[in-house]
Design a protein around this ligand. Structure first.
Ligand SMILES: *[C@@H]1O[C@H](CO)[C@@H](O)[C@H](O)[C@H]1NC(C)=O
Ligand SMILES: *[C@@H]1O[C@H](CO)[C@@H](O)[C@H](O)[C@H]1NC(C)=O
Length: 229
């Protein structure tokens, strides 16, 4: 079971658009932020401050921090409790109806690999029409400019921390891990991941520290300056 569903989230790009909005004033690509479990889209101590930091350093950028549910409390609870399939449906709807994202965007995920793998996401895979899904994902993946994955080297919250790079345990045990690049999904390029990788669009970053502990300087240097300007 090598499917890394979390990535799929970012492949939903709307094909229809009524109010087409221009890119950010200075031409920077919009950004979608996907928070991890136990967090929320707009927590001033986490995603909220990251959003502000980015907006400060990239004037005019459009940043969408995804909220699952109707408010911050729901968003936080849903990360733990809501059926993963429903979470993804809701997020897809939000991305599809956001016309500012229709011409492509960057996406940054924080530990969501753990969130979704542990939510028993395989259920989604089996109930969805496999072929149809794969084809549309593959096409849409090409609209994603960069996919940046951040692993926290000393993470005590997400186990294993490698899920932050979309690795996971090999089936039937909890010691050996495979990496995204070792997965069938990647090797057979079912979703276009391998193609993205060969175009230099997949980025595996790591930083010393516990879950979501990084300095502002690190974030500015490694993420904002590199990917958002
Ligand atoms: C666009 O970028 C320039 C130079 O980086 C900056 O001075 C200016 O404030 C930006 N424009 C807006 C509207 O943010
Ligand atoms: C954090 O993890 C890195 C890489 O595994 C290790 O080199 C470092 O010593 C760790 N730091 C702490 C404080 O545990």
């Amino acid at each position: 079971m090598e499917l890394s569903i979390p990535l799929l989230l970012f492949t939903f790009v709307s094909l229809w658009c009524s109010l087409c909005t221009a890119k950010g004033v200075n031409g920077s690509l919009p950004l979608v932020i996907w928070h991890g479990m136990g967090d929320s889209c707009c927590n001033p101590l986490s995603m909220g401050s990251i959003k502000s930091l980015i907006e400060k350093h990239v004037p005019g950028i459009y940043v969408r921090s995804l909220m699952i549910g109707n408010n911050i409390v729901e968003d936080t609870y849903n990360g733990f409790l809501m059926n993963a399939n429903k979470q993804i449906q809701e997020v897809c709807k939000k991305i599809q109806t956001d016309s500012k994202l229709k011409n492509g965007y960057n996406a940054i995920g924080f530990s969501q690999g753990g969130q979704f793998c542990q939510a028993g996401i395989m259920k989604l895979y089996s109930i969805t029409n496999e072929l149809e899904v794969k084809m549309s994902y593959k096409v849409n993946l090409q609209k994603l400019a960069n996919f940046v994955m951040v692993m926290f080297n000393n993470d005590t919250m997400v186990q294993p921390k490698q899920t932050e790079w979309f690795g996971f345990y090999k089936p039937g045990q909890d010691k050996e891990l495979y990496t995204l690049r070792q997965s069938t999904l990647y090797i057979e390029d079912r979703l276009g991941l391998r193609a993205m990788d060969s175009q230099g669009k997949l980025h595996f970053l790591s930083v010393d520290g516990d879950h979501l502990r990084f300095t502002e300087d690190w974030f500015i240097e490694k993420i904002i300056n590199k990917f958002m300007k």
